[in-house]
Design a binder for this molecule. Structure first.
Ligand code: FES
Length: 203
């Protein structure tokens, strides 16, 4: 294990043991969120509250954060943990600053997600499920993210990147690493042609 990995692992242990308290701003957010649910149904706010906690923790959910959410919603901690561990949108261990969720379901696979994954792994020097030693990137495989029409695709933090090619994926990674805007033209040439065909038909 490299020193950086040891540091990361130590950080995750320390952070996981620290008590978790929502910031003042997030406590106000929680009040607004809870108002959206009928009296007695506040437990249904588990998803937005876990999401809020995850954002506050830098993209992952330490056990203490899950327990705090459970306490707030007056539910057993194990039930909050069940929810947090069910959805891939929640991370139970530290992730990179740029968390890449690569779709590997059939439509994306048929359109080249394996190649996209290879580019990510070779460019970043990590395998799926790992974080780069500098903590900048993490990579995971996920199931369909609902953008099959523009396969292959990946979600990086809150953004979708669609119609990926090995070249565009590499550019995105390079841009993220250097702090440039990572957004690229999301419309494939195939889509552009079909859109221009439609426009011609409409004339
Ligand atoms: S299969 Fe990849 S987004 Fe649906």
């Amino acid at each position: 294990m490299t020193e950086s990995k040891e540091t990361n692992s130590l950080r995750s242990v320390v952070e996981a043991r620290n008590p978790f308290v929502f910031t003042d701003h997030n406590q106000q957010e929680i009040e607004l969120i809870l108002q959206k649910y009928p009296p007695g149904r506040q437990v249904s706010a588990i998803l937005p509250l876990l999401d809020l906690a995850q954002r506050q923790c830098g993209g992952w959910l330490p056990q203490a954060a899950i327990e705090t959410v459970a306490t707030l919603l007056k539910m057993p901690a194990i039930r909050a943990y069940e929810v947090a561990s069910f959805y891939t949108m929640f991370n139970l261990k530290p992730v990179g600053k740029h968390h890449i969720q690569l779709c590997r379901t059939t439509p994306c696979w048929l359109r080249g997600s394996e190649e996209i994954q290879s580019i990510c792994e070779s460019h970043l020097g990590i395998k799926a499920g790992e974080v780069t030693p500098d903590g900048k990137f993490s990579l995971v495989e996920v199931e369909c993210l609902g953008a099959c029409v523009n396969a292959p695709m990946a979600q990086i933090n809150d953004d979708y990147y669609e119609n990926l090619t090995p070249e565009s994926m590499k550019t995105i990674l390079q841009n993220l690493a250097t702090g440039k805007p990572a957004k690229i033209d999301k419309t494939s040439s195939k889509q552009k042609k079909s859109e221009s065909d439609n426009e011609e038909e409409a004339l």
